[in-house]
Design a protein around this ligand. Structure first.
Ligand SMILES: [Cu+2]
Length: 182
């Protein structure tokens, strides 16, 4: 199953359970109360609430850990163990990229900055999906670490509206298979 569809299914089931809870509560309104019974269910619901809260904390920590462990942004103030360093400078409205031909399987560090306004540096795979992106900001250098896995023509597009020709702010990277001509 596609990951997004799995999440969607889980969301729908969750929403369904909440709806059932509301329907049950509504169906119970107007019924006469038995105070001993009410006391018991009050205690039971308190216990249940504590367990649910604990479960929620555990799920929250678990999901955060699992999803952030492979944080896509590398350490910005330490040297990255990349085999190749590429300087990227955004201008209104072009990209200056020190190298545009790469080999599959080689870790590459992109040092991204801008010499005028904020731009968004995004690399799109040949199938049209964004593989990695960062902000290009004047006065700052943001580092990306990326290893191309499939050969082809990757497209650079600007992700931050930067003026009238923002849409034309594109470039291409050529990625060749290991052992291919470079
Ligand atoms: Cu732009």
């Amino acid at each position: 199953m596609i990951f997004q569809n799995a999440i969607w299914t889980i969301t729908l089931v969750g929403m369904g359970l909440v709806t059932l809870g509301f329907v049950y509560a509504i169906s119970q309104t107007g019924k006469p109360t038995d105070s001993a019974q009410a006391e018991r269910s009050y205690r039971a619901s308190n216990v249940l609430r504590r367990w649910l809260f604990l479960a929620l904390l555990l799920v929250g920590f678990g999901v955060s850990y699992a999803s952030l462990r492979h944080f896509p942004i590398p350490a910005q103030h330490a040297p990255l163990q990349a085999s190749q360093v590429v300087d990227v400078v955004g201008h209104q409205w072009t990209w200056d990229i020190s190298e545009t031909r790469f080999k599959v399987g080689v870790p590459i560090e992109f040092r991204v900055t801008s010499d005028d306004v904020n731009h968004g540096f995004a690399i799109y795979a040949p199938d049209g999906r964004i593989v990695i992106q960062t902000q290009a900001m004047p006065g700052f250098t943001n580092k990306l670490l990326y290893t191309f896995r499939t050969p082809g023509t990757y497209k650079i597009m600007c992700l931050e509206y930067c003026g009238v020709a923002h849409h034309g702010m594109t470039a291409e990277l050529n990625v060749v298979a290991d052992g291919g001509k470079s």
